[in-house]
Design a protein around this ligand. Structure first.
Ligand code: ADP
Ligand code: MG
Length: 280
């Protein structure tokens, strides 16, 4: 693993340096009284009603709450896909409210990796090409692109699947390609909106093991939305939403360790969903 593409060992030391102790220096996310109102004809939908939140570098956060409570709206704002109607959002200390949409796309591509419930891979594009995509947008030369894409696929355990198309991969494998794509530009932040929502329970833990590894070993900041409280327990902090507001925000006292949970689970059986091998 090269230090240029995935700085890892240095980051925890940086946190302790005097510079980083400056207030706010190591906040990845700062939301200040963020409101979001959608207009549907004459009807106003208040999706967020004054959300304030700070997430520090290296934090892992699970967002929970009923459907319609504003979780995805907040993720879209944090991911620079949308602006708040009112209030302030700082990403890595940078106030993104005033940044025009075309520049926002670049910030998003370099600073944020997205993972979605439905994987969102390009279907006629191989695993490695899917992973290369954010680097193409970022203007990374092709040899380095290939090298970094291979590194990222190795991190998610799919080094041997780089030429597979999404329909030759199981759901869990597709989600791992999506995670590789999310981390390939070494973003400050990985945002995952219900990343295990379409996966069975063992596969869900496998995906959480990758997030946990990125968080604990590479100090990547991770925010995931989940409906399942046993998935949320893999995070270090849980935030509960209701009606566009944060209702609870607490540290997980006994964070579950995905690698340990996997060791306790029965090994994947013959019926494991894996469509790749036969079709190769
Ligand atoms: P969650 O992710 O917690 O299910 P959302 O953030 O998707 O909640 O939605 C919060 C509220 O905002 C809901 O009432 C939803 O219907 C509304 N909403 C979300 N996106 C839009 C949109 N693009 N236009 C209008 N209303 C929206
Ligand atoms: Mg949602």
């Amino acid at each position: 693993m090269s230090d240029t593409s995935f700085p890892q060992t240095a980051q925890r030391q940086v946190i302790a340096s005097p510079l980083a102790l400056r207030a706010g220096a190591d906040e990845v996310i700062r939301l200040d009284q963020v409101h979001k109102t959608y207009h549907m004809g004459d009807v106003e939908v208040h999706a967020l009603r004054g959300v304030s939140l700070i997430v520090d570098r290296g934090d892992s956060v699970a967002i929970m709450g009923p459907s319609g409570s504003g979780k995805s709206t907040m993720m879209n704002i944090i991911g620079c896909l949308d602006h708040p109607t009112r209030g302030k959002y700082l990403l890595n200390g940078l106030d993104v409210s005033g940044i025009p949409t075309n520049e926002l796309a670049d910030i998003r591509n370099l600073h944020v990796g997205f993972v979605f419930q439905s994987f969102n891979l390009l279907s006629r594009t191989s695993a490695i090409e899917n992973v290369e995509l954010p680097m193409i947008y970022a203007g990374v030369p092709s040899a380095e692109r290939l090298r970094r894409a291979r590194e990222a696929l190795a991190i998610v355990g799919l080094a041997d699947r780089e030429n597979n198309y999404p329909n030759q991969l199981s759901g869990g494998q597709q989600q791992r390609v999506a995670i590789a794509r999310a981390l390939v530009n070494n973003p400050s932040l990985i945002l995952a909106d219900e990343p295990t929502g379409a996966l069975d329970s063992r596969t869900s833990v496998e995906v959480m093991e990758i997030f946990q590894r990125l968080n604990l070993e590479r100090n990547m900041t991770i925010v995931i939305v989940t409906h399942e409280s046993d998935i949320a327990q893999f995070a270090g902090r849980i935030i509960q939403f209701r009606d566009g507001r944060i209702r609870r925000d607490f540290r997980v006292t006994r964070q579950r360790i995905a690698r340990e949970v996997l060791e306790q689970l029965p090994p994947p059986g013959d019926d494991e969903e894996d469509v790749g091998e036969e079709e190769l």
